[in-house]
Design a protein around this ligand. Structure first.
Ligand code: GLU
Length: 301
């Protein structure tokens, strides 16, 4: 199925609840929210909790409360991936029937000399008695993979260099690549707006969308926020926590608009979140986003 640009815009924010949102994830949420609202579209929230050991109790609820505090109101019900195993399994079986997904008994240790998994199980599982993961045949997709990003333009990546990504793990948990594609299609997502850290995951996702006959969404990958030491913001490197009191929330929202290159007028920083968001939506211009991959976390956070 090809792109159907006549579908009504529907975007989403799809956090993994491995902890509360930090400033970097707020910027991604805000970018996808503004893009959806400016297009008169819907904005959904999906909690990507397919890997329970990585998702501490209560983190998803904290994320939802944080979105509310920043005025980022979503449409419809929150989608929870932990309830979707049957849909992912059905998709995996369709891929296996096409010869695009294959079982793999190899362990990371066995192929540690290689940059990516060398595909040893492609033509038959190496150790039939061992537990298996399921991998995607990256050699059978478009070569090189090309797609358009609304900020970065035409992207060309070599699927062989990216390797045969895992779709289902040996412990029976489904992997992000499969779950994200199945749910984006099931939820009718037309536009994926997310951090640039996921840019090189997109070729696998396009290959899966084509193989499963899903519509291809548009992509806008947003710049990443980096700490003073140049590292991507993460829980491990002390990303500034999101504020909980009203004044600080206003300031952080304003800083997030700056990080999205929207040059908000200074007086906006003291406006209530609803007014900041209304103004930012009416003036949202993704073409102001420069191609630089990173933005420094503002000092004032
Ligand atoms: N769950 C992913 C994350 O938190 C994002 C998924 C996506 O936007 O495609 O990094």
């Amino acid at each position: 199925m090809s792109n159907d640009l006549t579908r009504r815009y529907r975007g989403r924010f799809a956090p993994t609840p491995s902890g509360p949102l930090h400033f970097g994830s707020l910027v991604a949420a805000l970018g996808s929210y503004l893009d959806a609202r400016a297009a008169g579209g819907e904005w959904r929230v999906r909690i990507e909790d397919i890997d329970p050991p990585r998702c501490p109790e209560g983190a998803a609820d904290t994320i939802l409360r944080q979105l509310e505090a920043f005025g980022l109101a979503w449409d419809g019900n929150v989608r929870w991936q932990h309830r979707r195993h049957e849909a992912y399994q059905a998709a995996l079986e369709r891929l296996a029937a096409q010869g695009l997904a294959y079982p793999c008994s190899c362990s990371r240790k066995q192929w540690r000399e290689h940059a990516v998994y060398p595909g040893w199980c492609r033509d038959g599982v190496c150790r039939p008695d061992a537990p298996v993961a399921w991998r995607l045949r990256s050699d059978l997709g478009e070569q090189p993979a090309t797609f358009d990003d609304r900020r970065l333009g035409r992207i060309r990546l070599d699927p062989e260099a990216l390797g045969d990504v895992v779709l289902k793990r040996k412990d029976d948990l489904f992997a992000y690549q499969l779950a994200v594609v199945v749910d984006d299609a099931d939820q009718g997502i037309t536009d994926v707006v997310r951090g640039e850290d996921l840019l090189d995951n997109t070729p696998w996702q396009r290959q899966l969308q084509r193989a499963l006959g899903y519509p291809l969404p548009r992509y806008l990958h947003l710049p990443l926020l980096v700490a003073a030491n140049g590292q991507k913001l993460s829980k491990q490197n002390f990303a500034p926590a999101l504020a909980t009191d009203a004044d600080a929330i206003r300031r952080q929202l304003f800083c997030a608009l700056q990080a999205l290159d929207q040059s908000p007028p200074l007086e906006l920083a003291s406006y209530p979140v609803s007014e900041q968001l209304a103004r930012a939506t009416s003036q949202w211009s993704p073409s102001r986003l420069t191609r630089a991959s990173t933005r420094a976390v503002p000092q004032e956070l």
